[in-house]
Design a protein around this ligand. Structure first.
Ligand code: KG4
Length: 340
């Protein structure tokens, strides 16, 4: 049984995973509310909140610690003061119990999270079922990353495409801020967009050329700013759903176009979607169509595994690495998805 600890940003989380049974006892303590008034995550505050939350969460696992065989912890990428809290706790646990410690790449947690459902369906047949789905195109869209990656049959991960500037989640959050919505604004943009007309405000598509797989989202918020400068507060309030619909549409259309172009270039056998922005229902629907049009199965991380969570860290510790023992776990804030 693997006990995993996640603390890379503003969620303190723990989870247990058993290869023969699956994930259980997943807990998350979110700090999101504490950071709202700052308009973003404050690393020092986040770190102190992990320091108080993690031991409290761990106390509830006391009766199961004896059955734990491996301790897994997110080693990066993330905010250094936050990563340090999880890694320190994991090291102390490993030292006190004599159990091996595995450092896990948070981004590879996102890469493997769409496969958690496949494992849950049939743990015994999981490895064979996954082998039939590789190579796989992983679409990871969060507040800090926008990546298309290839997961090969040997589990090697290669970046196929990425944003050259802002992440898609960042574009949602910065757009929300301009529209007067609180941080993090992605889900609120989605809510307002549901009542809006996507044709009323047309925003640019970053890098529209199909031959170029790179994505760009920073021009979008500038376009929104120029649009808002021409409008009164009353007009903004009246047209908020249409503005959100047009803005969300521009983000999603670029992601859909690049995912489609990437699939047409490589021989893939499945597509996966994960990361906080993967909670967006329109995005899920559009990307599912992209996969289905090409006859490929679409695996989407469950909502509880889209944002930061320890379940995907426990799962990736096993599904990605085959659990090497005694791996050093030092915080690695700038780890890339290609590193293990
Ligand atoms: O993966 P995640 O929890 O952590 C970071 O990378 O920080 O992703 C958070 C991001 C935020 O940018 C948030 O606005 C976005 O995911 N997000 C959404 C939705 N739910 C969360 N964006 C669009 N639509 C949503 N429903």
């Amino acid at each position: 049984m693997i006990l995993a600890i996640e603390s890379s940003c503003d969620e303190s989380a723990l989870a247990l995973f058993e290869p023969a049974a699956g994930l259980r006892r997943e807990v998350i303590s979110s700090q999101a509310e504490a950071h709202v008034r700052f308009g973003g995550v404050v690393p020092e505050l986040a770190s102190r909140m992990h320091l108080s939350a993690l031991p409290l969460l761990l106390a509830d696992y006391r009766s199961e610690l004896a059955a734990v065989s491996t301790i897994a912890v997110t080693r990066g990428p993330g905010l250094l003061p936050c990563l340090s809290m999880g890694v320190s706790l994991a090291r102390a646990l490993a030292l006190a119990t004599g159990k091996p410690l595995v450092g896990v790449n948070h981004l590879r947690g996102h890469v493997h999270s769409p496969f958690i459902g496949l494992h849950a369906q049939n743990p015994a047949a999981f490895l064979a079922a996954r082998a039939d789905l590789l190579p796989h195109l992983g679409i990871i869209i969060s507040g800090g990353n926008t990546l298309l990656v290839r997961l090969d049959t040997d589990l090697k991960v290669t970046v196929v495409a990425r944003t050259v500037d802002d992440a898609a989640g960042e574009a949602f959050d910065k757009g929300a801020k301009l529209l007067g919505l609180p941080y993090p604004g992605g889900a609120l943009i989605e809510q307002h967009a549901a009542r809006g007309d996507v044709r009323k405000y047309v925003f640019p598509r970053g890098i529209p050329e199909k031959a170029d797989l790179r994505m760009s989202f920073s021009g979008l918020k500038t376009a929104l700013r120029y649009q808002l400068e021409k409008m009164s507060d009353a007009e903004l309030a009246a047209d908020l759903p249409d503005l959100c619909a047009g803005y969300q549409h521009a983000i999603i259309e670029q992601l859909v176009a690049k995912a489609g172009a990437a699939l047409d270039r490589g021989a893939y056998r499945s597509v996966g979607l994960s990361g906080g922005v993967a909670n967006n229902r329109t995005l899920r629907q559009r990307l599912t169509n992209v996969a289905l049009q090409r006859g490929l199965p679409m695996l989407i991380a469950e909502p509880k595994h889209c944002g930061d969570n320890a379940g995907m860290i426990a799962f990736a510790a096993w599904a990605d690495r085959g659990l090497p023992t005694g791996t050093a776990a030092a915080p690695a804030p700038s780890l890339t998805v290609e590193e293990t």
